[in-house]
Design a protein around this ligand. Structure first.
Ligand code: GRF
Length: 213
């Protein structure tokens, strides 16, 4: 059955779907113990339910501050004792205490070639910079926003005709490959972190992670 995973989503959940599909196809030996959303009507919850995965909602609007939300979220996740926590389009910044609690077993998918474009609106910023390439990254989450050790990246070209939406779609397709891939490596015990760098099978990853295209 593999490792136990908790997936956190805030919206559409297409990355969650890619994870569900990878589990169902046997490419990822994991059990999704729970999908948690901070948004009560997130479509990702529907996807989880369709796949028979337990869902929980923890609405940040019901909490007075970030610290109290983070603590409740931490306790909720701990109920499921996951080996790995996956932020799959979870659109909230998590505080230092939360991140330290799950250190080494929490990963995030980010739609840029980190360290370029941390934060929001990555596609629009890449276009404004007239970048020739763009992409997505999966990284371990640390206290520094979108700056943890990179596990894998995928590069896509940027065309003159691109809009933020067309570029986002091209990047999203890659996200759906690299997130389950990173999870599979984790599940197989192949990832370690040494001196802030990710090792795969004991070998350092290239400076900007492995480029898949
Ligand atoms: C993805 O682009 C992810 O990288 C970003 O938010 C988006 C979520 O998409 N953090 P989805 O909910 O997985 O479809």
């Amino acid at each position: 059955m593999g490792i136990s995973v908790a997936v956190l989503v805030s919206g559409r959940g297409s990355n969650l779907q890619a994870i569900i599909d990878a589990v169902q196809h046997g490419a990822l030996r994991a059990n999704i113990g729970v999908v948690i959303s901070n948004v009560p009507d997130a479509y990702g919850l529907h996807r989880a339910q369709t796949a028979g995965v337990e869902t929980r909602v923890l609405d940040h609007q019901n909490f007075p501050d970030r610290a109290s939300y983070d603590l409740s979220l931490q306790e909720l996740i701990d109920e499921y004792r996951p080996d790995l926590i996956v932020l799959a389009g979870f659109m909230r910044i998590l505080g230092d205490r939360f991140v330290r609690h799950f250190a080494g077993r929490i990963i995030n998918i980010h739609p840029s070639l980190l360290p370029k474009y941390p934060g929001l609106n990555t596609h629009g910023r890449a276009l404004a910079d007239k970048a020739s390439e763009h992409g997505a990254s999966v990284h371990f989450v640390t206290e520094d926003l979108d700056a943890g050790p990179i596990i894998i990246q995928s590069v896509v070209p940027v065309y003159d005709t691109d809009t933020p939406d067309t570029l986002a779609a091209r990047v999203l397709e890659q996200e759906h490959h690299i997130l389950p891939q990173a999870m599979a490596w984790f599940a197989e015990g192949r990832l370690t972190i040494t001196d802030g760098r990710v090792l795969l099978d004991g070998e350092p990853r290239p400076e900007q992670g492995l480029r898949t295209s």
